[in-house]
Design a protein around this ligand. Structure first.
Ligand code: ZN
Length: 269
């Protein structure tokens, strides 16, 4: 599943091909995504894209009077291709540009989304979202204050979109290892200083993944490109039964909040 770093790398990859270009056509081959693709999307034709931004795992293509809102869901991919490039299975949407290229959205499982958000009319999907993890609005004090009295595991707490957006399962596991915090520990029983370490770790693992993904940017404009996913070094995620690289202990796994959780009891308490 694309996580925040993959979505951010997608944004960086497609932006240069879209910004300051005019939309000449919008082709919807299948509107049955997670939510039906609204017909208003067609009114983007003739409008010029001024910016491409990201909020949580949504991409917002600014066309002046509205944003085209894209979400990659479980299996969505974005590519920039010549509009004449033959369509393959699951190519659901083309946003065609005055350059003759188009932004093509492919999504085999159709959990992704393409929505229309008029300016000043926020979609429900954006209500109640916590701060972006890579901004100053996300800090240790926020985690410490919000967590007081909470008995739920600290891992579930940092994956709650009301607390902070975009900390997916891989990154929650890795950040907790980096900060030396046992993912099973009650959120309300983690000290302020340890939340400071965890905040730094969350920002570091996400930024590192974005930086590593940056090497794949050119793939977004290759017709055969498979953009958006990149190998990265993981310390605990998916490593149950293997030796911890830091202490040599065995990495354990447990399901917390219906998500696979990996940790080292030697390094995390
Ligand atoms: Zn260890």
């Amino acid at each position: 599943m694309p996580e925040l770093p993959e979505v951010e790398v997608s944004r960086l990859g497609i932006s240069p091909w879209l910004i300051n270009h005019t939309i000449t056509d919008v082709i919807v081959r299948d509107k049955r995504l997670r939510w039906p693709v609204p017909d208003e999307i067609k009114t983007a034709v003739g409008r010029t894209i001024s910016d491409v931004t990201r909020r949580a795992k949504y991409l917002l293509i600014d066309v002046g009077n509205a944003d085209i809102v894209l979400h990659l869901g479980m299996s969505g991919k974005l590519r920039v291709v010549e509009k004449s490039t033959p369509v393959i299975k699951h190519d659901h949407i083309d946003i065609v540009l005055d350059t003759g290229k188009c932004l093509r959205f492919n999504d085999p499982r159709r959990f992704g989304a393409c929505l229309w958000q008029p300016k000043g009319d926020e979609l429900p999907q954006f209500h109640k979202l916590g701060p972006e993890p890579l901004t100053d609005a996300f800090d240790a004090e926020r985690l410490h204050v919000l967590s007081r009295g909470r008995k739920s595991p600290v891992k579930s707490f940092i994956m709650d979109n009301d607390v902070v957006v975009g900390v997916g399962n891989i990154y929650a596991n890795e950040a907790l290892f980096m900060a030396g915090i046992d993912p099973r520990r009650a959120a309300g029983r983690v000290s302020a200083s340890r939340y400071a370490a965890l905040t730094d770790a969350i920002k570091a693992v996400l930024q590192k993944a974005i930086n590593e993904g940056g090497t794949t940017l050119k793939d977004f404009a290759q017709s055969d490109g498979k953009p958006g996913y990149f190998a990265q070094h993981l310390n605990v995620y998916g490593k149950a039964g293997k030796a911890c690289e830091r202490c040599g202990g065995v990495i354990k796994s447990k399901v917390i909040g219906q998500r696979n959780t990996f940790f080292c009891i030697g390094c995390q308490r």
